[in-house]
Design a protein around this ligand. Structure first.
Ligand code: DNO
Length: 356
């Protein structure tokens, strides 16, 4: 397994690469070009500039998260072929600097969603929280989006950029005519076009589960379960058509058995996002530290499953709490994610030594 750490770029992250390099076992960062809009080409010059900067800190950059998919591709409308061509150019440009894995998602309109970015915890820390009844009752999504932006320490959250507000209403209209089957069809159309290019470029596409893994605001979501992930990897049966197995996203639904899903997907997992989550009444859930006993997921069993499948891909800790007075990007502070890695390192070492 190759341990990596998500970093949002010089102008979008307040964590220094010097600090990231000091976390035991981290060999590289996972980043993206936050200023490039979905649908635009990532140029070789832009990518090389980031790569050189990261390399000067002695860190690698083999994983990109996210190259976002234009809504025309997800809806199958408008200029989808044009945007797919752009995506292919980006894949080729990324391959020239040695990128091996692209994490992306296929969620209509929004990326991940929480109702509270700084939910107070009993120990004085804070973490992100999802109140299902609150979301189910939302009638005006733009007020919700504004609220989320105002409450994010000044960081623009992926998929929730203020400039997107204007297009959201028309997207809701379009998605009224798109159900889960249509979304699968559009995903397959996209994968059929790009996977042959990935095979030539030696890049794995790793789809990220929808977070939370159920429909929100009447928009369809399909990357929600082991069954649907199995369906995705078969849409185009290639070793380059892979999955990002995010334990926290899938795990928000108590019916998803994460260790079982890891074993069933095996080598079609290219990237592991590992974190814990605590289920509460009514479909609510809160984020917690990575430690098994703090949440509802068994991180030992999850790491054991990765060991058992002989996982050699990329792995990163995921959302952390805000602790020790840190005021960082929600979910992406330094301290709690570093603690998460220390814990994962301990589990990995113990599992390896006990299973020789
Ligand atoms: C959440 C992240 C996601 C992920 C994208 C991939 O914290 O894991 O934002 O990066 O969905 O496109």
């Amino acid at each position: 397994m190759k341990m990596v750490f998500r970093w949002f770029g010089k102008n979008h992250d307040c964590i220094s690469l010097d600090y990231i390099r000091q976390i035991p076992s981290v060999t590289g960062i996972v980043t993206s070009l936050m200023d490039v809009k979905a649908g635009e080409i990532w140029t070789q010059a832009q990518i090389s500039a980031v790569k050189d900067y990261v390399k000067s800190f002695n860190l690698g950059m083999e994983v990109i998260e996210s190259v976002n998919i234009h809504e025309d591709i997800k809806t199958g409308l408008g200029k989808r072929d044009f945007y797919i061509e752009n995506y292919i150019k980006t894949i080729k440009n990324l391959s020239t600097v040695g990128v091996k894995c692209i994490c992306y998602n296929f969620m209509p309109v929004f990326d991940w969603l929480r109702t509270d970015l700084y939910h107070p915890m009993a120990d004085g820390s804070s973490a992100m929280y999802y109140d299902r009844a609150y979301i189910d009752a939302v009638e005006d999504t733009s007020t919700l989006i504004q609220g989320i932006q105002e409450n994010s320490n000044g960081f623009s959250l992926p998929g929730w950029e203020p400039e997107r507000l204007a297009e959201i209403q028309s997207l809701f209209e379009i998605y009224k005519h798109i159900d889960e089957e249509k979304l699968f069809e559009n995903l397959q159309y996209f994968l059929k076009a790009i996977i042959p290019v990935c095979e030539k470029c030696d890049i794995k596409m790793a789809i990220h589960p929808d977070d939370p893994p159920w429909n929100i605001f009447g928009l369809p979501r399909i990357i929600t379960s082991e069954k649907n992930l199995q369906r995705v990897v078969r849409l185009v049966n290639s070793p380059c058509n892979c999955v990002t197995l995010c334990s926290g996203s899938l795990g928000a639904n108590p019916e998803n058995d994460i260790p079982k899903t890891i074993r069933s997907l095996g080598d079609r997992i290219a990237f592991a996002h590992v974190r814990n989550i605590k289920h509460e009444k009514g479909g609510n859930f809160g984020e917690v530290s990575h430690l098994s006993s703090d949440g509802s997921l068994d991180l030992y069993e999850i790491m054991k499953a990765y060991h058992d499948i002989g996982f050699t891909g990329y792995i990163r800790p995921d959302h952390g709490r805000m602790i020790w007075n840190e005021r960082g990007r929600p979910g992406y502070g330094l301290y709690d994610r570093a603690l998460g890695i220390a814990y994962l390192n301990g589990l990995i070492e113990a599992i390896r030594k006990n299973n020789k």
